[in-house]
Design a protein around this ligand. Structure first.
Ligand SMILES: *[C@@H]1O[C@H](CO)[C@@H](O)[C@H](O)[C@H]1NC(C)=O
Ligand SMILES: *[C@@H]1O[C@H](CO)[C@@H](O)[C@H](O)[C@H]1NC(C)=O
Ligand SMILES: *[C@@H]1O[C@H](CO)[C@@H](O)[C@H](O)[C@H]1NC(C)=O
Length: 356
């Protein structure tokens, strides 16, 4: 059987030959700024803020390293930048109104998570606009965490029933104790792990206020719904359930195994933009999109934004990576001058935190 590679390659070569002189001109006009250039960093910051703002699940991400950047001219005006970014998960949930610069990067000892994004950015006089962005995230490998610290927690799969039970215990405690007497609902289980010493499970989850009071929620017939209007309120909790060692029975009934629930919740200030998140979240929930955490230990940053309208505007042809990676050398070209098309060794940029 003939390899399907040959026709594909032929197609590519043909495609490239057919591509008009403008494409070659664009290629020769392609700029490769340094990855750590302040202008590149501004573009990367803009892209990350966009990605965090559009993401409805998990945590905010911050830049770890800018891996690649190239800038192409765009017709009739402006430029288009292509960026490859390596990100790291912070400890701020996406619903947290804190700007990402103020969020702590999750250290490798807490099972760090990285994200990789490809971003296409429009550059015009007025500033930037994200044309498309595609990301994926994944946790550090178990071997790497073990090598670093044998006792460090390893994230459990998000469908682990122990995580769900722990989040429910935490939420029940919050609903029993919160001062405003409102019934809150679990929005999202964001991460969690179990420990052996002490025997327990630790989770982080997002919550939102419903239209039920504590008393109303006791009535099984009552339908409690998350509020997104001006009474909207949401927050983020960390809960642990520790199983205490069994108490020896001296006489009387044996006691059920004792457990201790600890809880730390923060409700966000709505003036700072929390309801915005809730509206987006509930909107997406209505669409029945499967959770990005299905079968995984982390909520995948599958954020995928494709501004079709803007993408359809005429702009410089996207030169296939395979062409950009290979220098286009013509005999007539004076080899003593740098040929645009060959990235100078100024990328990838520095690693700001650590490598996963
Ligand atoms: C974020 O950090 C900056 C600089 O450390 C600080 O000035 C600012 O008040 C912080 N913002 C918030 C919302 O905490
Ligand atoms: C909460 O809202 C739902 C849907 O609008 C409604 O059916 C329910 O009666 C409300 N519950 C309370 C206690 O107001
Ligand atoms: C963006 O959407 C358009 C139209 O749906 C599609 O043709 C294009 O392939 C998409 N781009 C990416 C990068 O997914």
């Amino acid at each position: 059987m003939r390899s399907p590679v040959a026709p594909a390659l032929l197609g590519l070569i043909l495609g490239f030959c057919i591509a008009n002189a403008a494409v070659l001109l664009d290629l020769l006009q392609t700029e490769f700024p340094a990855c750590d250039d302040p202008e590149t960093e501004r573009m990367a910051d803009f892209a990350v803020n966009h990605i965090n703002a559009k993401n409805n699940h998990g945590y905010k991400f911050d830049i770890n390293s800018i891996k690649m950047v190239k800038v192409l001219p765009r017709r009739p005006f402006g430029k288009v930048a292509f960026l490859e970014l390596n990100l790291l998960e912070t400890k701020c949930h996406v619903s947290n109104p804190l700007p990402v610069e103020n969020c702590t990067i999750r250290p490798p000892t807490e099972h760090a998570v990285e994200g990789d994004c490809d971003v296409k950015l429009l550059i015009v006089d007025e500033g930037y606009k994200v044309l498309s962005s595609h990301c994926h995230s994944s946790e550090d490998s178990v071997e790497d965490v073990r090598r670093l610290c044998p006792d460090c927690p390893i994230l459990s799969r998000l469908d682990d029933s122990k995580l769900k039970e722990t989040a429910n215990s935490g939420l029940a405690k919050f609903n029993a104790e919160n001062v405003d007497g409102i019934h809150y609902q679990l929005l999202e289980l964001s991460r969690g792990f179990s420990t052996h010493l002490p025997l327990g499970t630790h989770v982080e989850f997002a919550i939102a206020a419903t239209n039920c009071s504590r008393q109303q929620a006791q009535d099984p017939a009552e339908h409690c719904h998350v509020v997104t209007d001006e009474h909207a309120r949401n927050g983020f909790c960390k809960a642990s359930v520790i199983h205490l060692p069994p108490v020896p029975v001296v006489d009387g009934e044996p006691k059920p195994p004792a457990e201790e629930v600890t809880l730390d919740c923060t409700l966000y200030d709505h003036q700072a933009g929390g309801s915005h998140f809730l509206e987006h979240y509930m909107h997406h929930l209505g669409k029945n999109i499967p959770s990005p955490g299905t079968g995984r230990r982390v909520l995948d940053l599958i954020h995928s934004h494709n501004d079709t309208h803007a993408s359809h505007e005429s702009h410089s042809a996207e030169v296939p990576a395979v062409v950009a990676a290979k220098p286009v050398v013509k005999r007539a070209v004076d080899l003593t001058v740098p040929i645009s098309g060959i990235p100078p060794p100024v990328c990838p940029g520095r690693i700001r935190h650590f490598k996963i």
